[in-house]
Ligand binder design. Structure first.
Ligand code: GLN
Ligand code: ZN
Length: 758
């Protein structure tokens, strides 16, 4: 009999219980015992739903108070010395210090987890290795097993992934790996001795390009783990993509008892399986329903996939499971009660995914007839969707089909536009500007909350927003900023604001997904053809511009960022969805231009984030991503200046793509790697204007004039001073006014001093 399995459950809590508890603990409002109790309740609820759904192999140790990589760091005791000696267990305060820093002690670096929107804490390999410094996996195993009445399946982040996701390797990788293994050996022994039958060891690094040397490390690691006596059986789990020829051959030869594969993300694992078959001595963890997108599986197709898999692997050796942990899904689609029924019917969050896994397992074991009702209901959902005019919007499809190369091009090349724009704006050298948002004070947030709750009328609310804008325009003029913004006070979030106004998007009420630690986002869902029923930002921009003679930038979120920070429909290519969003934005850009807005910024902070894990797929992505931006931005006159902003990433390897955006001005996050990045732009002969962020908006510190000036001097040595703009490295939304304004005053003064020099 095939068994049903899952790889991990969301842990933020149906009503964000984790966030509440952890933040209350940080604020000193609850003690450690109360936090531990809250954690237990979240875990117990997760195990209970999985058991009630009928899942056979239920994971444990997939819960975390902050991050599963941090948990793995603690398990092996890889604790940087600045956090004190590891001791036999890392205390909860020390754990959170690693996650968030402590006075004078910087946190571990937080960075993106593969190509998801989750972020993990980066292991530092120049730290000493203390060996097991956390009993969490053992405690959670005991806890789960007691609750379930049978052994749970502990989940560990694998040693090779821990190693390759880390930084500051000071010795050969093989040596670092050897340092990690004793803790894994000990962990397997303890889990085995206490009754674990299987352990799931995650090695997601295997779905990216891997060298022979790295695969040799994998071999060394699992040979050693396989030798542990009394160990549980090992399910080596991969996800977020497929293996390739090389890694397939190496992975299938490992002395492990099972291999978990993602059959959803790409067709490659399926092809590899059909080409090479599957080892007779292993269990296949068949990820046949999507663990990271919100659409119901097409059950017939999933069952066909399972039947095909069963041609290579006896059914007894198949586990039916999601393609990856359900961490990236909200908990329960049934909480969304305000959606159009045909859209709601299409959604499967984590709990609905469990039902699919169980249904498919039954279908595989007992044949289609056993699940005929489920199959019929499932087919009906898709039939209804196919006819839905909410999903299929003819005019948008026709517009998309009619695109020509001209729609992706400005009428004149940059140099021609730049000359016209110089004349039009007559800006000084080193023009100063900001990235868009200004502090969202408690006042602003509460006004929005009251408006949303119907306690504040439209008139009052928009009157309040207008007052905020007017005050901001005045203040920017007073301190002497050259190019102004309206402040984005009306936006809770740069993606959600547009998602709420565009057709084809829905915004959920409870669709929270952990992005890191206690932070959760509610990604919008793109379910249908995207179009713009009416202008979205023209009123506020027109109003802001009416208050001043200086240019006020229009402010939009770009198509690629809208796409990358949403759940996206799968019946259309990502490229076409991006183009649809771009067309809607193109109309907005034109309307802004017609309303007298002469500079329009289209933010693409998530451009780089969308890069595929495998290098060979980069060009294709960058090609359509760049074209989507151009489609959104190229419909304007030469004299209209297009800006873009990017952050959260290293740009060195995508400068060609940034150039190809053909934006007149870009602003980029730069405060960490000042010279290096600009030199990369110089090396690629980047001709356009750049505002390298002159201070870090994520810090409360006010930078001095001298500091900013010295950064600008350095920048002006590398790039042509005519190319340079002066701005912070991102929006000021999360700063307090008393931090934002002194920083900006210093920035303006630094720009003034620069002008005197040049
Ligand atoms: N315009 C946005 C802001 O200033 C950009 C935010 C971002 O890059 N993440 O908030
Ligand atoms: Zn930014």
């Amino acid at each position: 009999m095939a068994r049903s399995s899952t790889l991990g459950h969301p842990r933020i809590g149906k009503h964000r219980e984790l966030k509440r508890a952890v933040e209350a603990y940080w604020a000193g409002k609850i003690d450690e015992a109360a936090l531990q109790q809250a954690g237990r309740e979240i875990r117990q609820a997760a195990w209970a739903v999985q058991q009630a759904a009928g899942i056979d192999l239920i994971p444990c140790n997939d819960f975390s108070f902050y991050d599963q990589v941090l948990d793995a760091i603690c398990l092996v005791g890889l604790i940087p010395e600045r956090f004190g000696p590891a001791g036999s267990t890392v205390s909860l305060p020390a754990y959170f210090a690693m996650a968030r820093g402590a006075p004078g002690v910087p946190a571990l670096e937080l960075t993106k987890w593969f190509d998801t929107n989750y972020h993990y804490l980066v292991p530092e390999f120049d730290a000493p290795v203390a060996g097991i410094a956390s009993s969490k996996p053992f405690e959670e195993f005991a806890e789960a097993t007691a609750q379930l009445g049978r052994p749970a399946k502990p989940v560990l982040l694998g040693p090779v992934s821990l190693l390759l996701l880390g930084k500051h390797h000071t010795r050969p990788l093989a040596e670092h790996l050897r340092g990690l293994l004793p803790a894994y050996v000990e962990a397997l022994r303890r889990l085995g001795q206490t009754g674990a039958e299987w352990v799931q060891i995650d090695e997601p690094v295997l779905v990216a390009d891997r060298t022979e040397d790295e695969l040799a490390l994998l071999r060394a690691a699992y040979e050693e783990l396989a030798r542990v006596d009394q160990r549980p059986r090992i399910m080596l789990q991969t996800y977020y993509g497929s293996l390739d020829e090389l890694s397939w051959s190496r992975v299938m030869a490992l002395p492990v008892d099972g291999v978990g594969l993602d059959f959803v993300r790409t067709p490659v694992n399926r092809e590899l399986l059909n080409r090479h078959g599957f080892p007779a001595n292993k269990v296949l963890g068949a990820g046949v329903v999507n663990g990271r997108n919100v659409w119901r599986a097409n059950l017939v197709e999933a069952l066909e996939l399972l039947e095909e898999i069963a041609e290579h692997v006896e059914v007894d050796r198949i586990w039916v499971q999601p393609s990856c942990s359900l961490l990236h899904l909200p908990h329960d689609a049934r909480l969304e009660t305000h959606l159009p029924p045909e859209i709601a019917a299409l959604l499967a969050f984590a709990e609905q995914r469990l039902e699919e896994v169980v249904t498919l397992t039954r279908g595989l074991n007992e044949g289609r007839s056993a699940i005929i009702d489920e199959l019929e209901r499932n087919a009906e959902i898709f039939r209804v969707a196919l006819d839905s005019t909410r999903i299929h919007h003819r005019p948008t499809q026709e517009r998309l089909a009619a695109l020509t190369e001209d729609d992706f091009r400005r009428s004149s090349p940059y140099e021609v536009r730049a000359a016209l724009q110089r004349r039009r704006f007559a800006l000084p050298l080193f023009p100063t500007t900001t990235i868009g948002s200004f502090p969202q004070t408690p006042e602003v947030r509460s006004a929005r909350a009251r408006w949303r709750a119907g306690k504040l009328g439209d008139e009052e609310y928009w009157g309040f927003i207008r007052e905020q804008i007017a005050a901001l325009i005045r203040r920017q003029e007073e301190i002497g900023i050259d190019v102004l913004v309206h402040g984005e006070f009306e936006r809770s979030d740069m993606v959600e604001y547009f998602a709420e106004q565009l057709e084809g998007f829905i915004v959920t009420e409870h669709g929270w997904v952990q992005s890191y630690g206690s932070r959760a986002a509610r990604p919008p869902i793109i379910f249908g053809d995207v179009h713009r029923p009416k202008p979205m930002t023209v009123e506020v921009s027109r109003y802001a511009q009416s208050l001043t003679d200086r240019p006020v930038k229009g402010m939009l979120t770009g198509p690629v960022t809208m796409l990358n920070w949403s759940f996206v429909r799968e019946d259309l290519s990502r490229r076409d969805v991006a183009y649809q969003i771009a067309l809607a934005l193109r109309d907005e850009v034109r309307d802004l231009e017609a309303a007298g807005i002469a500079m329009i910024q289209i933010d693409e902070p998530a451009l780089r984030e969308g890069l595929p894990l495998r290098r060979q797929e980069w060009d294709e992505y960058l090609d359509w991503a760049v074209r989507a931006f151009r489609l959104a931005s190229s419909g304007v006159a030469d004299e209209t200046q297009i800006h873009s902003h990017m952050c959260y990433s290293e740009f060195n390897d995508i400068i060609e793509a940034i150039d190809a955006l053909d934006a007149d001005v870009i602003s980029i996050e730069n405060s960490r790697s000042q010279g290096e990045l600009l030199r990369a732009f110089l090396d690629r002969r980047y001709p356009r204007q750049i505002g390298p962020g002159v201070y870090d908006v994520h810090s409360a510190r006010v930078p001095s004039v001298e500091e900013i000036e010295s950064l600008l001097l350095k920048a002006a040595e590398i790039l042509d001073p005519e190319q340079l703009w002066v701005n912070p490295d991102c929006g000021l939304k999360t700063r307090r006014p008393e931090e934002a304004w002194p920083s900006l005053e210093n920035m303006v003064e630094a720009a003034r001093r620069m002008r005197e020099r040049y």
